[in-house]
Write a protein that binds this ligand. Structure first.
Ligand code: SAH
Ligand code: SF4
Ligand code: F3S
Length: 476
């Protein structure tokens, strides 16, 4: 299912020089992003590579010259959304052409582009370009080619390394930033092959960026006022990029190096696989104040039988032991997770095991999904697919429990004092909204002069989705 793009794209990739910025009216770029944080990062980089061509971002497709849908293939709904959005864009494109003769270029990027490039072209003739997740740095060149011929598909044959090399040339300095927090991709791809998951097919094999490139990007971000970086990877804790001596580094060592950069005050990373939570990373959580005490550590199911069918390569006890070790290193560590209900063959008993695991771990927040069969993955053809009503009922029960834990966790913050990184103005007066160490939104009155800074805040109360706090005397 992955090779359609590779076959078509390979031959003619001699890189013609990117067209120089054209004078005249700025062109408008609208990017709609679906899926995970890595797509958010990639969308920002697409905007960066198009900026020198005169493309300025707009927040509606209505006045856009170029529309990019950066897509997600993880569940059926996510993929189907793309086709309905494309239907609307086609109408807009035709209407614009009729009304003013203006042209609108439509590109589909990301994981649906990778998985079903040919089908997109077939189902929606209004699409001009299909760009796989490893090829967005080729957009400037592709755009000029599209002016001549529709139907370019570029994708899977590019190693992630090409993309990041293109980025690293002047990428770090060219990066746009938006406030004091930023994503930074350090690792891409997945070799784990969980039986339900498309990511190993859409993002390819695990690959880590070199340490020096990441540090350069982080320094550039810090210079632009970024105080918190979230390191991204499909298996971020499998990070093994090369250091300057040519040796494989680790995520822990990367975190220590990042913490040395003046201005970088907080480090997060996501998403981690339990099997890659190494001892040095756990120890780093005990040593490094900059490493936030909040960890997204998906387990997917609490049933050993289902974990085996999922090919997760660990059981529930190993997960519990791991969490004990993490909490021993960092007692205030809070956890989040991902869960799938209704995996083929999941019985009431298996689901009870999941509820039991959730009760034991006690999550600060978590995502849960009904299993969605994905074409080409082993689970899609497994026997005993779970009926939709059963899966729905399990999802409701699980989400009720997770919500209860989230509300309790937020309420338990009342009375505590911790640093909040202020990000933006609130809705009224001089209110500002920031982030706690646990990623909750914190609303504070009379704090809008502190945006961009990390400031101690006393938490007054915790609600379902946010906290209310007040400035400690002397903080301003
Ligand atoms: N690399 C991450 C997850 C990436 S996908 C990890 O290993 O955990 C994000 C989440 O989507 C997964 O954790 C899983 O809970 C969910 N997911 C993936 N494939 C799915 C499918 N076929 N149906 C339902 N949920 C799925
Ligand atoms: Fe998908 Fe599993 Fe890889 Fe995560 S570890 S991206 S769930 S295959
Ligand atoms: Fe979706 Fe691709 Fe991310 S499938 S979750 S956008 S890696």
């Amino acid at each position: 299912m992955t090779d359609t793009l590779a076959r078509d794209a390979a031959p003619d990739l001699s890189i013609s020089p990117a067209p120089a910025a054209e004078a005249g009216a700025p062109k408008r770029l609208f990017i709609k992003t679906y899926g995970c944080q890595m797509n958010v990062y990639d969308s920002e980089r697409m905007a960066d590579v198009l900026r020198p061509l005169g493309y300025a971002p707009t927040d509606t497709p209505d006045d856009a010259d170029f529309v990019i849908l950066n897509t997600c293939h993880i569940r059926e709904k996510a993929a189907e959304k793309v086709y309905s959005e494309l239907g609307k864009l086609r109408e807009l494109k035709e209407e614009k052409a009729r009304a003013s003769g203006a042209a609108m270029t439509i590109a589909v990027a990301g994981c649906v582009a990778q998985a079903e490039g040919e089908e997109i072209m077939r189902r929606q003739p209004a699409v001009d370009l299909v760009v796989g997740p490893q090829a967005y740095h080729q957009l400037p060149e592709l755009l000029t080619r599209t002016a001549r011929a529709r139907g370019e598909r570029i994708g899977a044959d590019f190693a992630a390394v090409d993309k990041f090399d293109a980025l690293s040339a002047d990428g770090a300095a060219a990066r746009g930033v938006d406030g004091p927090t930023a994503f930074l991709t350090v690792q891409e791809g997945c070799d784990k092959f969980c039986t339900f998951c498309v990511v190993p097919y859409t993002r390819g094999a695990e690959w880590s960026r070199p340490v020096a490139d990441i540090l350069a990007e982080a320094r550039a971000l810090a210079d632009k006022g970024v105080r918190e970086v979230t390191l991204l990877g499909q298996n971020v804790n499998a990070y093994d990029g090369l250091d300057s001596a040519g040796n494989a580094s680790t995520l822990a060592r990367l975190a220590y190096a990042l913490a040395e950069i003046p201005g970088i005050q907080r480090i997060r990373y996501t998403t981690s696989h339990p099997n890659d939570m190494s001892d040095d990373l756990i120890a780093a959580h005990g040593d490094l104040d900059a490493l936030m005490p909040y960890l997204h550590l998906p387990v997917q199911s609490g049933s050993d039988r289902i974990l085996r069918l999922m090919n997760r390569k660990h059981g529930r006890q190993k997960y519990f032991d791991l969490i004990d070790r993490i909490r021993a290193a960092r007692p205030d560590m809070a956890l989040s997770g991902d869960f799938i209900v209704g995996f083929p063959g999941e019985t009431d008993r298996d689901f009870e095991d999941t509820l039991d695991l959730v009760r034991r771990v006690n999550y600060a927040s978590a995502f849960s999904f009904i299993y969605s069969p994905r074409p080409g993955t082993p689970a899609a053809t497994m026997a005993a697919q779970v009926p939709a009503e059963v899966a729905k009922a399990r999802l409701h029960a699980l989400q009720a429990l997770l919500l209860e834990q989230q509300v309790a966790f937020n309420a338990a913050q009342a009375g505590r004092t911790f640093d909040v990184l202020f990000q933006k103005k609130g809705r009224h007066g001089r209110q500002a909204i920031g982030r706690s160490p646990y990623l909750q939104s914190v609303h504070v009155e009379d704090a809008d002069h502190l945006i961009g800074r990390l400031v101690p805040v006393e938490i007054v109360s915790g609600q379902q989705n946010s906290l209310t706090g007040r400035l400690k005397i002397g903080a301003a």
